[in-house]
Design a binder for this molecule. Structure first.
Ligand code: NAD
Ligand code: DAU
Length: 352
């Protein structure tokens, strides 16, 4: 492809994908289209910002005219769409932001692609990056497959489910060449510390309470972010049009067990006494409508495209902690100002 627009490239997963694509495809122009919300940070891309095949354009995907102007300027053959409001807790306090960006923003992108590619769809591709949360919540057994019925239960997952349906509908109705991926929980460098792992790392560093929602028994399936970026690259290039692929880490952890492991690894790395960080664990009021368990069956992408996760969790977590310890300035910068207010508002009524 000559040119690929990646939306949300200044965010957590998007910045890893941009790093990968800029280096791996030097003859392809990679355009990062991002509105730079609180979650977007160009500092994540400092080391590649001067590469000749990389450009950044500040566009809000809710603004159709701005999206269309960028599409006309860069004439992408491919679009990989990651831009989203991505934090479940924020969706509970402010659902409309999720409807606007995740639903309307996605439809704007589909309309712009349809307009740009109207005379020739050959060789074009729109890759929609989605989440396993669209499938709802599992009990003790079972896995989400691509054929699992959608059952979103938070405003975030409802907005992502809606965007997935629009992507499929545009494929069926207008023949837009689409592929879709639904991934489990990611972790790794550059994740904004509103999400479980970096929030806990930051609090452990600061010797602050570690807020565990409910009883800490909810289960998530964790995948190292670079494995997700590799899967997106593979599906974007080799995935069958109209198909969706589930991506997961085969790595289920109860939140409380994960936080214990994190505390142990960090105490060791920080030269603290055994058990010091675990003593910061505090049970707080549960998230409203908290999904119990997510687990992915990723046989389709494994069998059809040969993708497998590359890192085991202890290794990935250790690498992640090392990154945050070596990038305390990054952490300080993203947690200064707005973050302090967010943290206070989000956690103030959670004491139990
Ligand atoms: P993130 O919150 O870290 O980054 C989102 C990015 O989108 C930011 O750079 C932000 O500036 C940009 N953005 C937000 N609203 C925008 C708008 N209106 N216009 C243009 N840009 C906008 O998110 P993430 O964790 O990197 O997730 C990326 C994608 O992957 C999302 O679609 C998310 O639903 C999906 N996903 C995330 C996970 C995960 O564990 N983080 C797992 C599966 C799927
Ligand atoms: O499954 C994929 C999804 O994973 C992505 O689509 C979302 O964008 C991403 O944010 C993530 O959603 P979760 O809600 O699972 O992630 P989060 O890191 O917010 O929470 C993980 C678990 O930890 C969840 O059960 C809630 C719990 N938790 C979270 C925070 C922030 C706590 O117990 N305490 C906390 O302070």
């Amino acid at each position: 492809m000559n040119s690929i627009i990646i939306t949300g490239g200044a965010g957590f997963i998007g910045s890893h994908l941009i790093h990968r694509m800029v280096k791996k495809y030097p003859d392809t122009k990679i355009i990062n289209l991002d509105a730079l919300t609180y979650a977007g940070n160009l500092e994540n891309l400092k080391d590649i910002e001067n590469e000749s095949n990389y450009s950044f354009v500040k566009v809000d995907i809710c603004d159709f005219d701005a999206v269309m102007a960028a599409f006309r300027k860069y004439k992408p053959d491919g679009i990989i769409h990651l831009a989203a409001e991505s934090h479940v807790d924020r969706s509970i306090t402010n659902p409309m932001a999720f409807v606007n960006t995740n639903v309307i923003g996605t439809v704007n992108l589909l309309n712009a692609a349809r307009e740009l590619w109207k005379d020739n769809m050959e060789g074009k591709k729109f890759h929609h990056v989605s989440t396993d949360e669209v499938f709802g919540s599992l009990g003790d057994t079972g896995f989400f497959k691509e054929s699992t019925a959608y059952d979103p239960r938070s405003p975030y997952s409802a907005s992502k489910a809606s965007s997935d349906h629009f992507v499929s509908a545009y494929h069926h109705t207008y023949k837009i060449p689409v592929v879709m991926t639904n991934c489990s929980n990611n972790y790794g460098p550059y994740q904004f510390p509103e999400k479980l792992i970096p929030l806990m790392i930051n609090n452990i560093l600061l010797k602050k309470e570690l807020p565990i929602y409910g009883k800490g028994l909810n289960i998530r399936d964790w995948l190292y972010v670079e494995d997700h970026a590799a899967a997106i690259d593979l599906v974007f290039h080799k995935g069958e049009l109209g198909e969706s692929y589930n991506i997961g880490g085969k790595n289920e952890w109860k939140n409380i067990d994960l936080v214990h492991l994190l505390c142990r690894q960090m105490d060791e790395k920080l030269g603290r006494e055994k058990g010091e960080s675990e003593s910061l664990i505090t049970y707080v009021k549960d998230r409203a409508g908290h999904d119990m368990r997510y687990a992915i069956d990723s046989q389709k992408i494994e069998k059809e495209l040969g993708w497998f996760p590359s890192l085991n969790f202890e290794e990935g977590l250790s690498k992640t902690i090392d990154w945050y310890l070596n990038n305390k300035d990054w952490l300080k910068r993203v947690t200064s100002g707005e973050y302090a207010k967010y943290y206070q508002d989000m956690y103030k009524n959670r004491e139990v």
